[in-house]
Design a protein around this ligand. Structure first.
Ligand code: SAJ
Length: 410
């Protein structure tokens, strides 16, 4: 059986390679030709621990082949982005484009699984587009029986993708019971976790709920950090103490919530239930306002210097990855560069070769290695708790003013 994975990003590519490594024949599709070429050379286009060997192996065996056009296949897994618009509504254009590319290839009997994180109703929308284009595959009462649609949201944690692809439990919800069964059979060939069966809209909502749960809990921690700053309390000590209670488990405050999931998905719930989702909306606001709190803090301390040198440690959205999407650290450095034109900002980021344009455009921002940045600076701004930073000798920063958003030096 051939599986076609549409969208070879941070999720689609590891998924495609992982399925191929379990013995299935996989065709990966991506619209970017240069990217496809790299994959076919066995090169991993982004950093993800333990992924390189798997990709190189399946490409060498030709179990995974990447291409730009959508082929015929027995099953399709759609793993394209679902960004949000400026109004915080889901942008389904990538899912719709994927649907349009699959429709002409169908012969009947195929399974189409949407893995992209989606607002309630997206799987329905995917089916609608395909069946509009291929009315011959629709039954007379409009229920799609000759093509099967299901939602099976990905739940892997960047940085642990290879492990979690194998072990995570999966929620699987079809538009019909038969679609659910077929999707269960497919995922059963490569998942060792439990396969939890439901309908499509519940599966969509389950994924959003998981990320909203985390967002609300991080917002709680972030709000605590702001309260503690006002009251002169060490928030890290406070949380550690409270977490000794058997039923309390507070997450970590940080510079804000980044990445393409937790900072986005809760908005899909808010968009679907505007009047009801007050807490979820407020959590988003708390987390989105945290970078500005950090900015004000640094600006206040920088006021002591005519032209401060600031070492900004880390710009990825979280520790030990190279992903800068929706990174609060990038936002903070960018705003600092604008707010403090006389400051000299040295960015230390071991996981990227060069600064993103948003930061490189500022003449007062440059990339530097950890040791020299620390030696040269007046203020150390810890933004990401990369392992390399945690190993740093505390004595090296003893003389510096510290703003530690991650509690590395508490
Ligand atoms: N963060 C904190 N404090 C914490 C935990 C995280 O500030 O205690 C911040 C991180 O620094 C980062 C952001 O939150 O900026 C998100 O990081 P994360 O590690 O919580 O999550 P992601 O975005 O890497 O992956 C999440 C995961 N979802 C959950 O844990 C419920 C992952 O399992 C999902 O597959 C992924 O979203 C996704 O694709 O939806």
């Amino acid at each position: 059986d051939t599986v076609c994975v549409v969208g070879l990003g941070y999720i689609g590519l590891p998924t495609a390679a992982f399925i191929a490594s379990k013995g299935l024949q996989v065709i990966g599709v991506d619209i970017n030709p240069a990217y496809v070429e790299r994959i076919n050379r066995g090169e991993v286009p982004f950093f993800e621990p333990d992924f390189e060997a798997t990709l190189a192996g399946v490409v060498a065996q030709r179990r995974l082949v990447a291409q730009t056009s959508t082929p015929q296949a027995d099953a399709y897994i759609v793993a394209v982005p679902t960004p949000f618009t400026t109004d915080h509504e889901a942008d389904l254009s990538y899912i719709e484009a994927a649907a349009r590319s699959i429709a002409p290839q169908l012969r009947g009997g195929e399974l189409i699984v949407l893995e992209s994180t989606s607002p309630p109703g997206a799987t329905d929308r995917l089916a609608e587009i395909i069946l509009q284009q291929r009315p011959d595959l629709s039954t007379t009462d409009g229920t799609p029986t000759s093509v099967y649609f299901a939602h099976c949201p990905e739940r892997v944690l960047p940085g642990r993708i290879m492990l979690e692809l194998a072990e995570n439990d999966r929620v699987i919800g079809g538009l019909s019971p038969r679609a659910t069964e077929l999707a269960r059979d497919l995922y059963g060939t490569f998942c060792s976790g439990e396969l939890l069966l439901t309908d499509a809209v519940t599966a969509e909502m389950a994924k959003l709920t998981e990320n909203a749960f985390r967002d609300v809990n991080i917002a709680f921690a972030n709000e605590l950090s702001i309260i503690c700053d006002k009251l002169g309390i060490d928030v890290w000590e406070l949380i550690e103490l409270a977490n000794h209670h058997p039923r309390v488990n507070i997450l970590n405050p940080g510079p804000g919530v980044g990445g393409h999931c937790i900072a986005v998905d809760p908005w899909f719930i808010v968009a679907a239930a505007k009047d009801e989702a007050g807490l979820i909306r407020q959590a988003r606001k708390v987390n989105d306002s945290k970078p500005d709190f950090v900015l004000q803090k640094v600006c206040g301390l920088a006021g002591r210097f005519r032209a401060p040198t600031i070492a900004a440690l880390g710009i990825s959205f979280k520790a030990d990855i190279d992903d800068l999407r929706e990174s609060p650290a990038v936002e903070i450095v960018n705003d600092l560069a604008q707010r403090l034109p006389r400051a000299d900002i040295r960015v230390v980021e071991p996981h990227v070769d060069s600064l993103p344009n948003r930061l490189a455009q500022h003449t007062n921002v440059q990339k530097q290695d950890l040791e020299s940045a620390i030696a040269d600076c007046d203020i150390v701004l810890m933004l990401v708790d990369h392992s390399a930073f945690k190993r740093l000798d505390r004595a090296a920063v003893d003389e510096k003013i510290l703003v530690d958003t991650r509690g590395v030096w508490r």
